[in-house]
Design a protein around this ligand. Structure first.
Ligand code: SF4
Length: 348
């Protein structure tokens, strides 16, 4: 079993230093995420290499609309989550752990990406950062192979582990569930501020960041809250940072009715007061998916469903008016090399 990183001993227990829960874990027990366990005086990363799902997905499905649009990306998921959202859309893998499932080595994941025609790997579906050791070991090898690393995350992670992962990460979609901390406490078993801090840290590290908000009728769809989110994104990530308003569907423990399309349209109108790129998703609508040039309104990237097509971008600018197109089509950041995490049994 892989020894976890990001923890320290407190008496005969382990204090996990990976996420803001900072679980204090007794021998034989796991933390809240279900994948980090105190075993034999150490902390085991029990989710290491466990893969619940592997797919070649359109990158638009993450959703990422301004990073390699129109491409497919190898997407992998594990088990477990450090949140317990009552409305989780992936609860069957996030709220339980299948320890007997398939395990893969990082080399196998990294080799699978080009073999399946992907220029990168997306760590997604469940919360990838609770299995940070595995993501790190995959990411360092992927970076060395010239592949992109993409995180789809709730952003609930402490700054120190984040500072190891972000230099290897090219793009993130970070879920901001509400601008109300009480919402996080009541419905998610989490907190708001660490998520916002992580988004700022990721942008500061040079990563491409897009934000998603799942709009739930009656819970987080008030105009003030939606505007607070758009304003925060504009002020901390920039006017050009993409914001996605996504439709909720009744799932897991939440029985509120599905988000109607007009509620998403309203959210989009609010968001556009502050931001150049606001999208709606997870709903049957032809509107709100295309990327339009903020300068002249020309279609830069058209989308039907999850299929994206670069139509109006030439040499990185809008073909109609010459304004810079905020769309990344190739890896641009220098890729730092980094040693893989210590071997099992090494001191944390
Ligand atoms: S990563 Fe898991 S074990 Fe560690 S503090 Fe967070 S919930 Fe607890």
């Amino acid at each position: 079993m892989k020894t976890a990183r990001f923890w320290h001993a407190e008496g005969d227990k382990a204090r996990c230093d990976l996420c803001p829960h900072r679980c204090l874990i007794a021998e034989g027990r796991t933390g809240l995420c279900g994948v980090r366990a105190r075993r034999g005086g150490s902390l085991a990363a029990e989710g290491y290499g466990l893969v619940s799902s592997v797919n070649l997905d359109p990158i638009e499905k993450k959703p990422l609309y301004h990073f390699m649009p129109g491409e497919a990306i190898l997407s992998i998921g594990g088990w477990g989550c450090n949140f317990a959202c009552a409305f989780c859309q992936n609860w069957s893998i996030s709220q339980r752990v299948e320890n007997g499932g398939s395990r893969y080595a990082p080399e196998e994941i990294v080799a699978a990406a080009p073999a399946r025609g992907s220029r990168g790997i997306a760590y997604t579906y469940n919360e990838p950062l609770v299995n940070a050791e595995f993501v790190l070991d995959c990411a360092v090898r992927a970076a060395e192979a010239g592949l992109a690393n993409v995180l789809v995350t709730n952003g609930y992670v402490l700054p120190e582990p984040a500072s190891e992962l972000l230099p290897l990460t090219d793009a993130l979609n970070i879920d901001v569930k509400s601008m109300d901390d009480a919402f996080y406490r009541r419905h998610c078993r989490g907190g708001l501020q660490p998520v916002l801090d992580f988004a700022v840290q990721a942008a500061g590290a040079g990563c491409h960041v897009e934000i998603t908000n799942l709009v739930i009728p009656g819970l987080n769809d008030d105009a003030q809250g939606l505007e607070a989110l758009a304003r925060w994104v504009a002020e901390h990530l920039g006017r050009g940072a993409p914001l996605h308003f996504s439709a909720y569907r009744p799932m897991y423990k939440m029985r509120a009715p599905a988000t109607p399309a007009d509620a998403l349209e309203r959210a989009r109108e609010i968001g556009r007061r502050w931001l150049d790129y606001v999208y709606i998703g997870n709903v049957v609508s032809a509107e709100g998916r295309d990327t339009l040039c903020p300068g002249c309104g020309a279609v830069l990237v058209s989308r039907r469903g999850y299929a994206g097509e670069m139509r109006g971008v030439r040499n990185g600018v809008c073909a109609a008016c010459g304004r810079a197109a905020d769309v990344i089509t190739s890896l641009r950041r220098p890729r730092p090399s980094r040693s893989p995490s210590p071997a099992p049994g090494a001191a944390p």
